[in-house]
Design a protein around this ligand. Sequence first.
Ligand code: SF4
Length: 168
Amino acid sequence: MIKDILSPLSCAGCRLCCSFDKYEIWQTPTISRELKERIQRSFPHIGFTENGSSGSYLFDMRDTWDEERELFLCPALDPRKGCILGDDKPFECRIWPYKAMDLNGTLVISIDPICREMYEKPLSVLVGELEKITEGDKTLEEYIYGEAEKTPALVKPCEKGFPILKVR
Ligand code: SF4
């Protein structure tokens, strides 16, 4: 979605957004029931776990611990090809490293500091990307707010170190 400012080549050599240490498990993508069912039909080896009482799901990563890297790997990550989900990537992966977050009850758009390539870009570039048309006639910002308001489980609590780019 943001290929203009984040090259697929950089992503291919990184994949940090698809692996999680034990403190980052809260950042794993939220998945709707419909998306879970679609993924299960194509990739029956991928497991899911209920996301509290929200009616949504998370990937089951209990068996994906990588001893060498000391990280949990997303079960949809192919070490050579990258994400295997194509158009069925969860919302949070589609907009990553942007994030829809809750800051004391206010919906904000932030950026994940783990993506150094994006994090080091000027603020004007990061905000400018959010204001470009991306989905139909919507800007990326409008798309993020629309999805986040439709499905509140997609919104993660805002943590220290996540800069705020936009406030709803
Ligand atoms: S679903 Fe795909 S893009 Fe999202 S964390 Fe898993 S491998 Fe990465």
